[in-house]
Design a protein around this ligand. Structure first.
Ligand code: SF4
Length: 445
């Protein structure tokens, strides 16, 4: 059970020495109870108190690292049920299932397609993170051959799925440096799987069909000494699965229920790729730490990755680009100047439309605390004064020989005052960015 701030305080040295970065032991205890700091920030906690405080000092959902090097992923360690309460920290890892009975050429083709699922959106890279290899053939040699191909063709973290302990051990010998997830520990094999996990220092997916069975199994495998776990409640329909995920998250966060304090994994398989993408998206929204799909078409994956990106941005801090003058194409001293805000989505939408117009242009991204044009205007962060200051700050007059700027159509109301403040002639651009190419091509005609 979670300890209250006062209960934790009673176990601290109570010297108020401030070494932990807080003015008093009580303040530190309150932060510890809220899981916002780690116990090791206080150098003076006794071993006895450490033991008592162990559960209070652990995050409610364990942070688990899978894979290695640049492609490694971190999952879990979430602190809230709803994004607006704080933010979601570790984005759902999106993976693909490949089967060991595929022909070598087909497997390589599938891996090539997975590699291509790597996109840039609003200045961030969004991509697929993981490959799950299934021992569908039940044949050890086929599994190892397929694994060798994956290790050669991809750097992504792995899930190794087999019912056969000897096959898993052979696979772990080959791939231990990738820190794969072993799938899966059940009631029947958890002791052997725990042995593999400890020998190869890997994460284990623990699987049981009901929450009660899962609780018992997790306790058993933890008693065997396994720490890094992901939870699986098996194949179920979407509503049962979301029910499971929501209950586990709630119990972990609200009741500090340790057996469910781990990341969760969902496998999605549907004959319709669209349905599969829709189910996967629901799991991304409702607490899955890993979602493994079968269909790798970019048109199905991009919406899932976009949803994930949107859910895992900080709702209090919109994605921003650096406020500055951006040059799109080979600009010169006659190039048009478009004014916008530094909200990433706004900036990149404008940039892509300017690019598609093929007319080299300057885009001035004004510091509006990452708000979109209308929001920033309403919040008085995108005003004639602030735009005029930005034009001066970035010395726009030295970059061009004209005195014209283009503002977004939605803030046409700014034009008169902006001309007065800045001395630049203001042209009102289109309301929607999609109108920019035609607008730029007709400019000056
Ligand atoms: Fe108290 Fe430990 Fe913080 Fe010192 S470092 S103020 S003893 S909690």
């Amino acid at each position: 059970m979670a300890l209250s701030g006062l209960e934790i305080y009673k176990l601290l040295p109570k010297t108020n020495c401030k070494k932990c970065g807080f003015p008093t032991c009580l303040a530190f205890a309150m932060q510890l109870a809220a899981k916002k700091v780690a116990l090791d920030k206080c150098p003076y906690v006794s071993e006895e108190a450490k033991k008592a405080l162990d559960s209070a000092s652990q995050p409610p959902i364990r942070l688990v690292t899978v894979g290695s090097g640049e492609e490694k992923i971190e999952i879990g360690n979430e602190t809230v049920m709803y994004r607006h309460e704080d933010k979601f920290y570790h984005p759902t890892a999106i993976g693909f299932l490949v089967e060991d009975d595929s022909k070598e050429a087909d497997l390589k083709k599938a891996l090539g397609e997975i590699k291509k699922l790597d996109f840039e959106r609003v200045g961030q890279r969004i991509k697929v993170n993981l490959i799950a290899l299934s021992n569908k053939s039940k044949d050890k040699t086929k599994f190892i051959n397929a694994l060798n191909i994956i290790l050669k063709e991809s750097e992504l973290p792995l899930i190794l799925a087999s019912d056969n302990i000897s096959t898993l051990e052979e696979a772990l010998k080959l791939s231990k440096d990738r820190k794969p997830i072993i799938y899966k520990a059940t009631n029947a094999n958890f002791k052997e799987i725990a042995g593999l996990s400890k020998s190869y220092k890997t994460t284990v997916a623990v699987s049981a069909p009901t929450m009660e069975e899962l609780e018992t199994l997790v306790k058993n495998i933890v008693n065997e000494g396994v720490q890094d776990i992901v939870l699986d409640t098996g194949g179920k329909n979407i509503s049962d699965k979301i029910w499971d995920f929501t209950q586990m998250r709630r119990l972990a966060l609200k009741k500090a229920f340790r057996p469910f304090g781990y990341p969760v994994v969902a496998f999605v398989k549907d004959e319709s790729p669209f349905q599969e993408a829709a189910i996967a998206s629901s799991y991304v929204a409702k607490y899955a730490s890993i979602v493994v799909l079968n269909n790798s078409s970019p048109s199905n994956i991009l919406p899932i990755l976009t949803l994930r990106q949107n859910l895992y941005t900080d709702p209090q801090k919109p994605l921003q680009v650096e406020p500055k003058v951006y040059e799109v194409g080979n600009v010169n001293d006659r190039s048009p100047i478009l004014i916008t805000t530094n909200f990433s989505l706004t900036y990149y939408t404008v940039e892509s439309e300017v690019e598609s117009s093929k007319i080299p242009s300057y885009i001035v991204s004004c510091d509006a605390e990452g708000m979109s044009v209308l929001t920033a205007w309403a919040a008085e962060k995108f005003t004639p004064e602030s735009i005029a200051k930005t034009l001066d700050k970035f010395s726009l007059k030295d970059k061009v020989k004209h005195k014209n700027i283009i503002i977004p159509g939605y803030v046409s109301v700014l034009s008169g005052k902006l001309e007065e403040e800045s001395g630049w002639k203001v042209t009102v651009g289109p309301r929607e960015a999609s109108g920019i190419p035609v607008f730029l091509r007709n400019l000056g005609k």
